[in-house]
Write a new protein. Sequence first.
Length: 391
Amino acid sequence: MSAAKRARTISSVGLSLEELQRVRQDTPSVQTALHFNHAGASPSPGPVLERVVRHMHREAAVGGYAAADEAQEELAEVYRSVAKLIGASSPSEIALVESATVAWMKAFSAIPLKEGDIVVVAGRAEYAAQMVEELRVCKDRGCRLEVAPSSSSGAVDAEGLAALLDRLGSKVKVVSLTHVPTNGGLVNPAEAVGAVCRERGVLYLLDACQSVGQLDVNVDRIGCDFLAATGRKFLRAPRGTGFLYARSTAMARVGAPALMDHWAAPLSADGQGYELSEGARRFEYWESSIAGRLGLGVAAKYFLEVGLANVEARVLELGETLRSQLIAKIPGVKVADLGERRCGIVTFFFEESDCIEASFVKESLAKQGIFVAVSPQHQLHLMQSPETCPT
């Protein structure tokens, strides 16, 4: 029996049955596999795949530069679609980059930090890549890293964050929050954190790598100054795509990112200086995958056509269904997801007395056309983690 036939009867939560059937028909992988690793990389829908391949054929026919020239208007539309996707006020607030990590690093590196300044990590869900860079910068520049408290649910405690910022005062230069961790269903209260930061005039950098594409993410509602996101996960765009949102009113408070080229900062006529590009363009490089960017644009439009609220409702319903069925149907399984609000990422492990290696589970499922991912212990870092096996 194929993996697709083992899937549960499709539900209309958040979508009509006709709309849901269309989305499934647009996704070739549902015919051969059950894909549970959208938190890693999603199979792209047909329209995204077709656009990427079509541009690659065009590059093969006329060369990369000529093909890019032909696609200029569509490339401009990518910025507009991404801006609309997250509720940005202008396409000029969007930088197209290679990944959420690149987006986050670009924004963080532009924040002027000096000895004695404080970087606050909001809660215990910070992504490992960000933690490494925060620790490095604090060590190199003599800054301090503080971790805001989490509530009993595992999410950041907004009141505790407010109290911490009030105690630390003006030395706090940025608050960093991971909206959804890479290895669990927790959804942090990004809007509450935004309110705390706005009231105190502190820059707010949001890692939305795991939330854009499965949740209705709106930068004005959240109140973040910078938002980093990827294309390859729930948005179902190609790998090697991502974007950075940079609020226009926050740009005067940051400088140049750590690494720039002549696209981000055009060289002066005498070759003795440069001028930072306006808006988010200063966070981009000139060279990029044009095919990937076009695919990202199609993915963003596809998401908008299906409807942000519809996607979120469907994803949340599937996540809760999987959690309940894992516990009900498989002896010894424990769901590890934290938070009062949870998303479509589901993390589980086997009780210590019946411990089964996570890699064995992954490999066994893959042989049946069911694809999952393993989060090793070293990725849990700050997260409270009671399990003895990797999840």
